[in-house]
Design a protein around this ligand. Structure first.
Ligand code: AVJ
Length: 308
C-alpha cells in the first residue's frame, strides 16, 4: 500500500471518518469547483473579486515596484490577473502547486496575456517550505498571495503552520496578501454550500468516484448523500458524505463498515472574525497592516507584514 492510500484508509478507519479535501480535485472536481464559483449562492469568489477591484491601486502601491508574486496554488484566476495587470513592474510571478499539470495550464494562460512578465513554476506541496526559483530580475521583495479563503480548509494549528511557511517564503521585508472569509449570518453561509442547482452536492460526491478510479475503492456513489452545515460555535462549515444505508466499502484490501447515517467528513471551511484571523497571523509572525472588506463585511482581503 502506498503512504497515500494508507492515509486514506486510516481516515476511513477512525471513529469519525474523514478524507482530505484534496481528493475533490480530479478533472471533474476541478470543473465542478469552477461551476461553484459562478453560483449565485457562492458569494466568496465574487465578493473577493469586488474587494480586489475596489482597492487594487492601494494594494499595488503597498506592494511596490519589482516585487515577486508567489501564489500558493496554481493560480490564473481573475484575481491573479487583476493583480498582474496593476502591480508596478512585477519582477516575476511564481505559482506553486503540487500538480504540474495545473501549473502548466495556468502558465499558458498567464504567458499569453502577460508576455512581459516572467513566470516560474514551482511544483511543490506548499504546506512545507520549498526553494524559490532565481528570476532574471532580482525582486525587491516577495509577496505571498493566497486567495479564495483556502486557508479555511486548515484546522487552527495547521493554518498557523501554513502561515509560518508563508512567513518563511516571504523573507525579510516580504508580505502576505490573503483572502479570508468572515463569520456572518449562518443562513448565508449554509446557502453557499447547499446551492439550489446541486453543484456542491455533485462536487462532494465526486470525491467517491475519484477514490474508486484512483485508489480502486468500490464506493456506491448513489448510496451517499451530500451534507453541509455551518457550525457557528466552531466557526466552520463541515462538509460530509452521509451513508444512506448500512453498507461495507472495500479500499486498499480493507473492508470499511458504514452504519446508516454515518458520515465521512470531506472538508472544513473555516470562517473568521477579523480579530480571530489577526491573532492567528500574529502567532506565525505576521501583523495585519490592512484588511479590506466589502460593504456587508462578508469577506476580507488582508495585507500582512512580517512583524519580527
Ligand atoms: C476552495 C476551500 C475555498 O471552502 O469554500 C466550495 C471549497 N467547498 N464549496 C470553500 C468549497 C464547497 C472552497 N475553498
Amino acid at each position: 500500500m502506498t503512504d497515500e492510500l494508507a492515509t486514506i484508509v486510516a481516515g476511513l478507519s477512525a471513529p469519525q471518518k474523514i478524507i482530505s479535501p484534496k481528493y475533490f480535485y480530479d478533472e471533474t472536481g476541478s470543473q465542478l469547483f469552477d461551476e461553484i464559483t459562478a453560483l449565485p449562492e457562492y458569494y466568496l469568489t465574487d465578493t473577493e473579486l469586488d474587494i480586489m477591484k475596489q482597492h487594487i491601486d492601494e494594494m499595488a502601491d503597498l506592494i511596490g515596484i519589482e516585487a515577486s508574486l508567489i501564489e500558493f496554488g496554481a493560480g490564473s484566476s481573475m484575481k491573479t490577473r487583476l493583480l498582474l495587470e496593476h502591480l508596478h513592474s512585477p519582477a516575476v510571478y511564481v505559482p506553486v502547486d503540487i500538480s504540474e499539470e495545473h501549473l502548466l495550464a495556468s502558465q499558458q494562460r498567464t504567458k499569453k496575456d502577460f508576455p512581459d512578465i516572467e513566470v516560474l513554476l514551482v511544483v511543490a506541496d506548499f504546506t512545507h517550505e520549498f526553494d524559490l526559483p532565481d528570476p532574471a530580475t532580482t525582486p525587491r521583495r516577495n509577496i505571498v498571495y493566497f486567495p479564495g479563503s483556502t486557508i479555511g480548509n486548515f484546522e487552527h494549528d495547521e493554518a498557523i503552520d501554513l502561515l509560518r511557511v508563508m512567513y518563511h517564503e516571504a523573507g525579510s521585508d516580504g508580505a502576505l496578501l490573503i483572502g479570508v472569509d468572515l463569520q456572518k449570518d449562518p443562513a448565508v453561509i449554509d446557502a453557499a454550500y447547499n446551492d439550489s442547482a446541486g453543484v456542491t452536492a455533485r462536487f462532494n460526491l465526486n470525491m467517491l468516484d475519484h477514490l474508486n478510479r484512483e485508489f480502486g475503492a468500490d464506493f456506491d456513489v448513489d448510496a451517499f448523500r451530500h451534507r453541509a452545515a455551518y457550525r457557528p460555535d466552531e466557526g466552520r462549515v463541515v462538509l460530509e458524505l452521509v451513508s444512506a444505508r448500512e453498507q461495507v466499502v472495500s479500499i486498499g484490501g480493507r473492508q470499511i463498515p458504514f452504519a446508516r447515517d454515518e458520515t465521512i467528513i470531506t472538508e472544513y471551511s473555516h470562517k473568521y472574525t477579523l480579530e480571530g484571523f489577526a491573532a492567528m497571523a500574529e502567532v506565525a509572525g505576521f501583523r495585519v497592516d490592512r484588511a479590506w472588506v466589502d460593504p456587508a463585511q462578508w469577506f476580507s482581503v488582508q495585507y500582512c507584514v512580517r512583524d519580527r
